[in-house]
Design a protein around this ligand. Structure first.
Ligand SMILES: NC(=O)c1ccc[n+]([C@@H]2O[C@H](COP(=O)([O-])OP(=O)(O)OC[C@H]3O[C@@H](n4cnc5c(N)ncnc54)[C@H](O)[C@@H]3O)[C@@H](O)[C@H]2O)c1
Length: 362
C-alpha cells in the first residue's frame, strides 16, 4: 500500500516510505532498469547498493550545479545509448535534487520519454522536489532555465539516507519545508522551530515533517500542476533566495537562501503595509533559527539587484514575487524596480547583519 498517491495530469504516481530501499531497488534493477546515482551516496552506501544494482547499468555522477547542463545530459545519454538502453527500460535516480533534475530531464527526452523512478536521498528532495513533476537544468549561469514537466512512475523514501547528510543540507531541506508550512499556516511551524536542534541531531524524527510538507504540496500541485496560478505562491522566498544563491556563488544552500528570501519578502511586506510588525517579528524569530551564518555586508547590492532583475518571473521593469500578509496568507505582487525597492533591500541586509552578529555559529 502506498503512503501517498499523487494525481498528476500526466499520470498517477505513488510515494512510498520504506524501511529498506534495497528491496524495491533490487526488484527494479532485476527488471532491467538503469541507475543514475549520486557519487557521494554511492560511496557511502556502497555495500548496500552493491547487491541491488547491476554494474553495467549503473552510472555514478557528481551532484553539482555544473552537472545540470545540456552538455552533461548529452554525455549521460551517450553512455546510456552505448550501453544499449531500450525504450522499455526505466531510469532510476538515487540522489538529491540535482540527480533528480538530470535523470528526469533525460527520461523526458530519451526515445521521446522513458519511465523513471526516484529514490530521494536529501531532505530537500524527500520533503519537496520529489513530487511536482518539474525538471530543470541550467543554461550557463542561468539556473533552471530549461526544463519541462515529467513526473516519475514511483518514489521510494528511505529516511536512512538523512543520517549521512551534511548539517547544511539538513538546514537547506528545513528551509524548503518551512516555506510550505508558511503557505498553509501549518501547525507544525512552532514544533519544528522549537525542536530545531533535536531534529538535526535525530534525523529519523524528520519523517513527520516531510510527510506534512508533501501533503501541502500535493494539495496545490493536484489543482495547478503547471504553475499557472496558485502554485506560483510556492515561489515565496525563492525570487529573493535565488538572487542570494547567485551573488554568493552558491555558497549558501538553496533552502537556507530561501529562508533569508522569505524573511526579506516579509520585510518588504511589512514596509509596504501588508504585514503587521508583530507578525514580521514573530516569523523572523522562527526563520532566524534556520539563517545561514553569512555577512551580507560583503555583498554588493548592485549585483544583488542585477540578479533579481534577471529573474524569469519578472514582467517588464517589475519584479514578480510573493509577499505575505501572514502565515497562510501569501499574495502575488509585481514590484517596480526603483530606488525605493533598492533602499528597502539595502536596509534589510543591514538589519540581517545586526541579527547575524547576535546569532553566530548556531
Ligand atoms: N525539480 C524540482 O522540483 C526541484 C525543486 C527544488 C530544487 N530542485 C533542485 O535541486 C537541487 C538541490 O537539491 P538538493 O538540495 O537535494 O541537493 P543536491 O542534489 O545538490 O545534493 C546536495 C549534496 O548532498 C550530497 N548528498 C546527497 N544525498 C546524500 C546523502 N544521503 N548523504 C550524504 N550526502 C548526500 C550530494 O552529493 C551533494 O553534495 C538544485 O539544483 C535545485 O534547483 C529541483
Amino acid at each position: 500500500m502506498s503512503d501517498l498517491i499523487i494525481r498528476s495530469a500526466l499520470k498517477e504516481y505513488a510515494v512510498n516510505f520504506v524501511n529498506d530501499f534495497t528491496l524495491p531497488l533490487k526488484q527494479l534493477t532485476d527488471d532491467g532498469a538503469f541507475v543514475i546515482c549520486d557519487r557521494t551516496v554511492f560511496d557511502i552506501y556502497h555495500d548496500r547498493l552493491h547487491n541491488a544494482v547491476v554494474e553495467e547499468r549503473c552510472l555514478v555522477i557528481e551532484a553539482s550545479e555544473t552537472t545540470k547542463t545540456l552538455e552533461k545530459c548529452k554525455e549521460i545519454i551517450e553512455i546510456l545509448v552505448e550501453r544499449k538502453v531500450r525504450r522499455n527500460q526505466k531510469l532510476i535516480a538515487i540522489g538529491g535534487g540535482v540527480i533528480q533534475d538530470v535523470t528526469a530531464f533525460i527520461a523526458s527526452i530519451l526515445y521521446r520519454g522513458v519511465g523513471w523512478i526516484f529514490f530521494p536521498t536529501t531532505l530537500l528532495a524527500q520533503g519537496d522536489s520529489c513530487i511536482g513533476s518539474k525538471t530543470s537544468i541550467n543554461l550557463g549561469h542561468k539556473k533552471n532555465l530549461l526544463g519541462n514537466f515529467y513526473p516519475p512512475d514511483q518514489i521510494f523514501i528511505d529516511s536512512l539516507f538523512l543520517q549521512s547528510l551534511a548539517v547544511e543540507d539538513i538546514k537547506s531541506g528545513i528551509g524548503e519545508i518551512l516555506h510550505f508550512y508558511y503557505y498553509s499556516n501549518s501547525p507544525l511551524i512552532g514544533k519544528l522551530v522549537s525542536n530545531y536542534d533535536n531534529l538535526i541531531a535525530h534525523r529519523e524524527l524528520l519523517k513527520e515533517y516531510t510527510q506534512e510538507s508533501l501533503a501541502i504540496k500535493k494539495s496545490v500541485i493536484e489543482v495547478d500542476e503547471f504553475d499557472k496560478g496558485e502554485r506560483n505562491k510556492f515561489n515565496y522566498g525563492h525570487t529573493f533566495g535565488h538572487a542570494i544563491e547567485t551573488i554568493t556563488n552558491y555558497g549558501i544552500r538553496h533552502g537556507q537562501a530561501v529562508t533569508v528570501g522569505m524573511d526579506l519578502a516579509n520585510y518588504l511586506s511589512y514596509q509596504t503595509g501588508l504585514l503587521s510588525r508583530e507578525l514580521f517579528d514573530r516569523m523572523r524569530e522562527q526563520l532566524s533559527e534556520n539563517f545561514p551564518d553569512y555577512d551580507f555586508s560583503l555583498c554588493d547590492i548592485d549585483s544583488y539587484f542585477d540578479a533579481l532583475s534577471s529573474d524569469k518571473k519578472n514582467i517588464g521593469s517589475t519584479l514578480g514575487c510573493i509577499l505575505s500578509e501572514g502565515p497562510g496568507a501569501l499574495v502575488r505582487r509585481q514590484i517596480p524596480f526603483d530606488d525605493s525597492l533598492k533602499e528597502h533591500v539595502r536596509a534589510y541586509f543591514r538589519l540581517y547583519n545586526l541579527l547575524g552578529q547576535i546569532r553566530v555559529n548556531h
